[in-house]
Design a protein around this ligand. Structure first.
Ligand SMILES: Cc1ncc(COP(=O)(O)O)c(C=O)c1O
Length: 403
């Protein structure tokens, strides 16, 4: 007699729980310091600004956004997102189709459904964002890991990867990425765009951290190079989100897609959630058109830069003497490092006992990742918690190293 677990779909059985989400309940324990989540700092979210922007809506506009809306998103949201990208990132993709999404996460999933089928090869940098890998796997992809260094994915290696058997897509978080905080160099961005045209694979560029450069630098996205010299073969898919800069509870994201991919993703969205919440879209579009974003980004960058400095100083003091190595990021939310001779999953177990959380690096690899790596977030904790959190992790590491 089959059991209920036997009757789950293969896809449901094979989808793993997100290793980062699994730490969520632990982070709520009294006294626990979490350097684990990719969460923005709650106290830095601009609730007054969003409230004022929403307060500017008339009663009839508010009633209107309680009604069903277009699957692709509200026209005012599309215009505000396109204007913002043109202004902040110098990115204009007028021929691309716009799709509003319930966070960047949904856009990744819709893209995976639109372009990936069983057995298709999708390349990701190693390490990469695990919930994206899960979307591509869910669509049946074979994941190919491409190593990365201080300048991001080693794009040169893609030539061999794509040459051996066709690639369907390359997924990349090129700017202050999760988990490494690194930026893909300009040369590699250009090369990636030209390889995608030459080998006919999509570049799925996931860019939610680009606004968080400490020096306010927002590098030209890979999509900005695509089409250079290949005007008729524009394989760029650009995804972004307001989760990290305005608030993840808004679930406001979007994608710019080649027309046929956009149409397919929109059909999928119709059966997923019909459309994304219109109050979130309205809040964001009003916020952008009220020109509140530049000062919010300045505020976040200032605080995150200070928290990053604090985290790196604490690491230098407490963990580097134990052999820890890392590279200081220039933006985003994360520091990535390695403590050789220590399995970071065991280190996490000990750290939990000492009252601190981080994410073991193995979670960010599609295959067997380097077990000595770990990701620490400086965004969600204040400077006192950061100092104490690292002290606790170092105490746990010292115990492991003597045993
Ligand atoms: C690289 C990356 N992409 C997408 C997401 C999901 O973001 P959203 O809240 O917009 O769905 C995250 C969240 O941590 C992320 O790090």
């Amino acid at each position: 007699m089959p059991t209920i677990p036997d009757r789950l779909s293969v896809r449901a059985r094979e989808t793993q729980e997100s290793p980062i989400r699994a730490l969520f309940s632990l982070s709520k324990r009294p006294g626990m310091i979490s350097l684990a989540g990719g969460w923005p700092a709650t106290e830095l979210l601009d609730e007054p600004g969003l409230g004022a922007s929403l307060g500017g809506l008339t009663a009839s506009e508010r009633r209107e956004i309680l009604q069903y809306g277009a699957t692709s998103g509200d026209a005012s949201y599309e215009q505000a997102c396109r204007d913002w990208l043109a202004d902040a990132a110098s990115l204009c993709l007028p021929g691309h189709r716009f799709l509003s999404s319930t966070g960047a996460q949904q856009a990744i999933d819709l893209v995976a459904r639109a372009v990936v089928g069983p057995g298709d090869r999708v390349a990701v940098e190693a390490p990469s964002y695990p919930a994206a890998i899960a979307c591509f796997r869910g669509a049946g992809a074979e994941i190919v890991e491409v190593p990365s260094d201080d300048h991001g994915m080693q794009v040169d290696l893609l030539e061999g990867v794509a040459g051996s058997r066709p690639l369907k897509a390359v997924y990349i978080v090129p700017t202050y990425g999760n988990p490494t905080g690194r930026c893909l160099s300009m040369e590699r961005r250009r090369k990636l765009a030209s390889l995608s045209a030459a080998h006919a694979f999509f570049v799925v560029e996931d860019d939610p951290y680009a606004g968080l450069g400490f020096g306010s630098r927002w590098p030209l996205p890979v999509a900005g190079y695509a089409g250079e010299g290949h005007a008729d073969s524009h394989w760029a898919i650009y995804i972004s989100s307001f989760s990290k800069i305005l608030g993840p509870g808004l679930r406001a994201g979007f994608a710019l897609l080649p027309a046929d991919v956009g149409a397919a993703a929109e059909r999928s969205k119709q059966t997923t959630d019909i459309h994304s919440a219109r109050w979130g879209q309205a809040a964001v579009s009003r916020y952008l058109s009220d020109a509140r974003m530049p000062s919010q980004l300045d505020r976040l960058r200032g605080h995150y830069a200070a928290r990053c400095d604090e985290l790196c100083a604490a690491l230098d003091r407490e963990l580097v003497p134990l052999g820890f190595s890392y590279r200081k990021p220039e933006g985003g939310m994360f520091v990535w490092g390695s403590l050789p001779a220590v399995d970071s999953r065991l280190l996490l177990d000990r750290s939990i006992a000492h009252g601190a959380l981080f994410v073991p690096g193995g979670s960010f690899f599609a295959g067997n990742g380097d077990p000595s790596t770990l990701r620490l977030s400086f965004a969600g904790a204040d400077v006192v918690q950061i100092r104490e959190g690292v002290r606790r992790i170092a105490r746990a590491a010292a115990e492991l190293l003597v045993n």
